[in-house]
Design a protein around this ligand. Structure first.
Ligand code: F6R
Length: 253
């Protein structure tokens, strides 16, 4: 059996250490390239990264004034004003506290299929016009999704309307006050969009992610586990805490 390539994997002791590693990489990029283009994720995983960046902006003057940010996804249908929207999530956890005027989240407003399609093309065009994504931050879902690219997503998929897996909806249920309130769809960058980034940092925390992290980094690339495509990226970095890394390290032992 071939040994898993762990050269692009770094394991921090705990969540604080993990977020410090990732925030340092983003801060370094923003310092060396002040007009950097960042691809950002929502969910609980990157929260500590965002608070570390807010702290560095406040205490060290880390400057985001020329940075452009694109988020991976938004629930559909979803009002941008809803507290459940990823737009509000990003405002409340990052953009209300740093000096970054240019940030974009896919539009979740209910509209016709052709309008959604047109807006997805425009989202892709806006990323291209900004010069492409320098660094894409990713979490990973228990289904192996990245963004909301659930199992079955093709490696060349682009920004589009997608259907959420039941596991993903169950995971979101507590924050929506029950599964019946969780939208069934989302607008998400595609795997192809994500793979176009010049650098990818995928992060995972906690024992609940250990099995999917191991699968993502050891299984052959397959549509069944979309994160396996990400491992193929020439400049991808997996950043874990010890609990999320436990089964991957065991597989390699
Ligand atoms: C969020 C996103 C998702 C999450 C994933 C993990 O924008 O695209 O892929 O990164 O579902 O979610 P958490 O971090 O809440 O475990």
């Amino acid at each position: 059996m071939t040994r898993t390539d762990l050269s692009n994997v770094q394991v921090a002791k705990d969540y604080t250490g993990l977020c410090g590693l990732v925030a340092d990489r983003i801060a370094n990029l923003v310092q060396t390239k002040p007009n950097a283009v960042l691809g950002l994720a929502t969910g609980s995983t990157p929260l500590g990264v965002y608070s570390a960046l807010v702290r560095r902006h406040r205490e060290e003057g880390l400057d985001f004034s020329r940075v452009t940010c694109f988020n991976l996804d938004e629930y559909y249908p979803m009002s941008p004003k809803s507290l459940h929207s990823y737009r509000q999530f990003m405002a409340m956890n990052l953009f209300d506290y740093i000096n970054c005027p240019n940030w974009f989240v896919p539009d979740g407003l209910r509209r016709s299929a052709s309008e959604i399609e047109q807006d997805c093309l425009e989202y892709e065009a806006r990323i291209a016009d900004a010069g492409g994504i320098d660094l894409q931050l990713l979490g990973i879902g228990r289904t192996g999704h990245v963004g909301f690219n659930e199992p079955g997503s093709a490696p060349d998929s682009r920004t589009r309307l997608v259907t959420l897996a039941e596991v993903t909806r169950q995971d979101a249920a507590p924050s929506f006050g029950g599964i019946d309130n969780v939208p069934r769809q989302a607008v998400s960058m595609g795997i192809g969009t994500i793979m176009d980034a010049r650098e990818i940092v995928m992060m995972a925390t906690g024992a609940g992610k250990a099995a999917i992290v191991r699968a993502a980094w050891t299984e052959d690339p397959t549509d069944h586990i979309p994160a396996t495509w990400v491992r193929r990226h020439p400049n991808v970095h997996l950043r874990l805490d010890e609990s999320a890394a436990s089964l991957l390290l065991e597989a390699d032992a």
